[in-house]
Structures are given as structure tokens and as C-alpha cells.
Write a new protein. Structure first.
Length: 418
């Protein structure tokens, strides 16, 4: 019988090498992927890990892929093949569904078409930089419009032009590629991450346009009889994100203490036809906010309105998720429909450029201008840090500092006259 090791068999050993003058211990597993057709000698590959358990897991994964025919030699693997493997084996199940969809869309829309055919081992910084630069010039397709503003069609199909991809979108694509290449470095498929040295286009900070006091007054008057008046009131005076407001459940509303617990948000996948679902909040941390009495009054009105809907719907009613804001039969509200309704209101009050998210900005600006500390505003908004809050609303803090200086000058003059 042949004494040759079976294809896929492997061995594990502990190794030590010097790293910056200090001994570094790691584990190596070698496995056979086939035989050289000319010499008949085994073709062996290695995987590495910090612990014996880690390298054993990697060896078993390699052996399984060899056995079922899905193994790809890292030296022959293309960027597209690695991105698919990384998404399936290292991303799926470890991030939120919406994040996973975002990664997948970046891979399918940008990364594969620009770099997918390149061998992973041959990918270099200049190739990636040229790819990013091309995205900045013509990274997205936009429908071509004629002089009349209508979308042009040719043989029944929409005609597209190429347009620059935003700096933020390029940064997102880079983030996906960089993470995938970091994992390839960890697995020793490549010696270093070639995207580290790339230069990304500078993202311009978008100007925040909260509603003025006059516009807020006009907005509240406009929604007095609107079916979403309680929803819009909640967002305007608590700063909740749209998904957080639509995912709010009655069990999280404490009428006795006037508090609202934010633990979930309503989301929908990026794929066409995706279902809505309740996900964790953006930073996966819940928060409790103390709401103004007017907000609690709006929620009380919403409870009454929902009871009327339930009575009218009869056996069709189904609010298993215990949502505060529902449609006529107890189901969730659609994000797009709510946004469309808001845009109509914004148009009528003379702010057609306003977005639903601007209600959140309005709350933040009102809070800061009314003397709330940045820490309080940060906690109410669910930001990770107060420095991030101040960065977003820096123009407000500048105004507050100017007003503080003016008040100090008044004090100085008063002291001088005393």
C-alpha cells in the first residue's frame, strides 16, 4: 500500500521566531492540497495561529474544503474569490443583517468589477489607488435626463451616464476591502495589507439644516390633523432616529415616570423585496430618555388612536410586535411611506429641502441652545461620545461660545460701573 499521506492530511507544530528582538511563539499546520503532476511530490500549504486550537480549526476548515472540492489555492485565488469567501466565512453571522447587506452590495457593485479579476497575491497599492480614483471620477451610474427632465430610454431601456461616487461611498468601499485584506494578512495569504497606504478623497461635511423656531411652529400647525402627527411630534421632541421611532414598543413606554426606553429599531434589508425586522439600535446599546410632558401626551393620544384602529380592524388586527406606531391593521409602518408623507409637509411649510432626519437635528440644536450639556444631548441622541455630538453640531457650540463671551462682556462692564 502507498505510504503517501492522503490529500488534505496535515500536521501541527509549535514554532518560535524573533520579532523586534523578542521571541514570538506561534503554531503552524501544514496540509497537502495535491501533487505536482510532473514530479509526483506533495504540494503543501500552511496555516498559522496564535494558539494550537486556532490553527487546528483552520486546518480542519482547509481539510473540509479540500474534501468537498471548494478549496482554492491562496496563491491562485482572485480578489473576487477571496471577497466571497471572507463574506461567507468571516462576516456572515457576526454583523447586523443591514451591515452584511451593505458589505455585499459594495462587493458586488464596486469591488468585484474594479479589482475582482486580480490575483489576491498580486494585488498592490497602486492598483487599489487607481481603482479608488476611478470611482471618484465615474463610480456610479445615473439615469440620463433630457431637456424636459424625463429619463431617456433607448429600445425600452433606461440610458445611463457615469458620475462621480461620493467620498463617503468610496470610504465605505475601502472599509470593506481593507477588512477583507486584513483577514487575508492574518491567515498569511498575503504578507501585508496593500490598501493601508491608499489615499481616500476628503469627505465634505454636510451642512446641518435644522428647522427654525418659525418653521417648527409651522410644522406643528401643519400636522395637527395628520395621521402621523404623534410620530412626527415624538421625533421632533426626542431626537429619535426614524427606525427607532417606528420600532418603539409600548412595553418601552413608561407613562408613570415619563420615560421611553430605546432598545430596537425598525429596519429593512437592502435587497429588493427584503422584509422589515426589528434590530438592535445603531450602537447596540439601549438608552432611556426622560420625555417632555407634551411628548407623553402625544403618546397617550397615539394609544387612543391605536385602540380605535384595532376596534375598526376587528379580526384583521395583528400587532404581535407591540408597536406604538402601526398601520390600519396593526402592522409596521413603511420607512419610505413615512418619509414621503414628511416631504409633503416640508414642501407645504416652505422647506422642500428638509429631510425627516432633520427633525432629529432640530431636537439636538434646540437642546444645546437651551442649555443642555453636550453629555446630556449625547445620551439622548444615542451617540457613542459627547465629542462626536459636538463635532456634528459644532456650529451650535460656536454660537453658544459667542453668546457666552457677550454675556461675560456685559458682566465686565457692569463690574466696572459698580
Amino acid at each position: 500500500m502507498s505510504s503517501r499521506a492522503a490529500q488534505g492530511a496535515g500536521s501541527i507544530r509549535k514554532k518560535t521566531r524573533m520579532q523586534k528582538g523578542v521571541p514570538y511563539t506561534y503554531w503552524e499546520a501544514r496540509y497537502t492540497v495535491g501533487r505536482d503532476p510532473g514530479t509526483g511530490k506533495q504540494i503543501q500549504k500552511s496555516v498559522y495561529g496564535k494558539t494550537q486550537r486556532e490553527v487546528l480549526d483552520k486546518l480542519q476548515q482547509a481539510n473540509v474544503s479540500i474534501a468537498n472540492g471548494t478549496f482554492i489555492d491562496p496563491e491562485k485565488m482572485t480578489v473576487a474569490q477571496w471577497l466571497d469567501a471572507w463574506l461567507k466565512e468571516y462576516v456572515a453571522g457576526s454583523v447586523k443583517p443591514l451591515t452584511y447587506d451593505s458589505y455585499r452590495m459594495n462587493i458586488e457593485t464596486h469591488l468585484k468589477s474594479g479589482l475582482g479579476a486580480v490575483k489576491l497575491s498580486a494585488l498592490n497599492t497602486m492598483q487599489i489607488q487607481k481603482f479608488y480614483n476611478s470611482l471618484a471620477r465615474e463610480g456610479k451610474r445615473v439615469p440620463r435626463r433630457g431637456a424636459d427632465g424625463k429619463i431617456e430610454k433607448r429600445n425600452g431601456k433606461t440610458v445611463y451616464d457615469l458620475a462621480p461616487l461620493s467620498a463617503k461611498s468610496i470610504k465605505n468601499a475601502h472599509g470593506v476591502l481593507h477588512s477583507a485584506l486584513d483577514k487575508a494578512v492574518e491567515l498569511r495569504y498575503i504578507p501585508f495589507n496593500p490598501s493601508d497606504a491608499c489615499t481616500l478623497p476628503r469627505a465634505e461635511k454636510h451642512e446641518i439644516k435644522p428647522l427654525t423656531i418659525e418653521e417648527q411652529a409651522a410644522f406643528l400647525k401643519e400636522i395637527e390633523t395628520h395621521k402621523y402627527r404623534n410620530l412626527f411630534t415624538l421625533i421632533l421632541f426626542t431626537g429619535l432616529r426614524e427606525g427607532e421611532a417606528l420600532g418603539l414598543r409600548w412595553s418601552c413606554v413608561d407613562f408613570k415616570n415619563g420615560t421611553i426606553r430605546i432598545v430596537k429599531q425598525l429596519q429593512v434589508g437592502k435587497r429588493k423585496g427584503s422584509e422589515y425586522y426589528l434590530a438592535d439600535t445603531k450602537n447596540s446599546k439601549g438608552r432611556t430618555i426622560k420625555a417632555a410632558p407634551s411628548v407623553m401626551k402625544a403618546l397617550t393620544a397615539q394609544k387612543t388612536m391605536q385602540a380605535e384602529k384595532r376596534l375598526a380592524a376587528g379580526t384583521l388586527w395583528n400587532n404581535d410586535l407591540d408597536l406604538v406606531f402601526t398601520n390600519e391593521i396593526g402592522g409596521h409602518l413603511g420607512l419610505k411611506r413615512v418619509y414621503t408623507q414628511f416631504k409633503g409637509i416640508a414642501e407645504r411649510i416652505g422647506r422642500p429641502d428638509a429631510r425627516l432626519h432633520d427633525l432629529r437635528h432640530t431636537f439636538a440644536v434646540n437642546s444645546l441652545q437651551n442649555g443642555d450639556s453636550p453629555k446630556t444631548v449625547q445620551e439622548n441622541l444615542g451617540h457613542a461620545t459627547s465629542s462626536f455630538t459636538l463635532n456634528v453640531y459644532g456650529h451650535v457650540s460656536e454660537q453658544m461660545r459667542a453668546e457666552s463671551a457677550a454675556r461675560m462682556e456685559q458682566l465686565i462692564q457692569a463690574v466696572k460701573k459698580a
